[in-house]
Design a protein around this ligand. Sequence first.
Ligand code: FAD
Length: 429
Amino acid sequence: MKTAIVWFKTDLRLHDNETLIRAIENCEQIIPVYCFDEAHYKTTRFGFKKTGAIRTQFLLQSLKDLDENLRKIGSRLLLVKGNPAEELRKLVIEYKATKIYAKKEVAIEELTTQKEVEERVWPLNCSFEVFSTSTLYHAQNLPFSIKDIPDTFTNFRRKVEKESEIRNVFPTPKSIKSPAIKSLALPSLSELNLNDIKIDSRAACDFTGGESNAQKRLNYYFDESKLVSNYKETRNQLIGGDYSSKFSAWLALGCLSPRQIYHSLKLYEEKNGANDSTYWLVFELLWRDYFRFMMKKHKEKFFFKNGIKNNETKIVAHNQEVLVKWINGETGVDFVDANMKELKLTGFMSNRGRQNVASYLCNDLNLDWRYGAAYFEEQLIDYDVCSNWGNWAYIAGVGNDPRKDRYFNIEKQANQYDADKKYRLLWNT
Ligand SMILES: Cc1cc2nc3c(=O)[nH]c(=O)nc-3n(C[C@H](O)[C@H](O)[C@H](O)COP(=O)(O)OP(=O)(O)OC[C@H]3O[C@@H](n4cnc5c(N)ncnc54)[C@H](O)[C@@H]3O)c2cc1C
């Protein structure tokens, strides 16, 4: 009997999941696996945890939901913990698996792990195949090769919109054949060396992980509330769940597919009409694609201090005290402080807030932008390696911004986007 392992990573869903579909098509038995990679719970060289408690809690919820959904169709999720190459090697031997199916990676650490797994199982006569499952446009449908993708977003977007198509979604499997798999025993936060957390009651949105909650959020934002029809006007606001889609956390762990968002939006537009706002949501999802393709193009350069263009920065000597004040929302600049407190207490911050606090760290404090990016990596509930490091590099002037001198005047921004100080009062009192 042909047995395959489906290695789930940041694609924790049954819907529109090519990896899973191809495994089911080609093999008689499937072992769905998630590995808690021990490297994800270490401290990085910038002094932050690679994964903080808030995102880990969201991950645990997502795994529970995935297991429940797998059980409905005859399978279940097998959890392992340690080094993925070693853990998957052991499973290949135990289940006599001849193939591993997984999501294709683009960032350097994730790619290294992927290669390690491939190399460890190859001598066991187990092959390895990866699928691109996280973007709106499939890399194979782009009108340029990855190395020729324009380094300016507008040039990328115009050509892609004109010359490419978005693929259809894959169907959700109706049944999966698996051998007996022991029931899910999720680790506690403390077993992952993290402290317990309680999300602040002022949180913008109820982010509960899992594909089922992602679908609920999608239904809410589109059909139930029709908020998407005003997205372009509201997206720069700062308070509450309704001003933007809040899809990011579910997208980051793959509980939601961007193509599903797109095709649901097309149905919504048929019923309710298309406008600038409905288009703008797709425009923003294109930014997400863009940073992923840029990561694929520029690889490890995205993590260099001088970035993909080797631009000089204004970075001064590291100052831990100033950095800690920024993290804790104690800079004395009320708009920055309010945003940093929201991030610390809830794991989320609006896009407007992220741009301002990042610009403040790079352009006012003149600190090394990578410390800011690494803190976001620990803290964000929606952390995504490409979107986070890509946006930070952009604001630090070493990434894809064609302008070298982008500067956010924090006072002006606060007056424009928080004229009545409601947001600052919410977090600074
Ligand atoms: C310094 C900095 C760091 C960031 N780090 C991350 C990150 O780790 N993970 C992440 O998902 N987003 C990141 N963003 C992008 C953006 O701030 C968030 O995607 C957005 O605020 C999430 O809220 P939402 O889902 O309601 O967004 P919406 O406004 O509803 O947008 C819809 C979707 O479009 C995508 N999107 C929107 N803006 C961007 C953008 N600038 N770059 C890439 N994708 C975008 C997201 O997937 C988002 O869910 C970062 C932005 C900055 C300036």
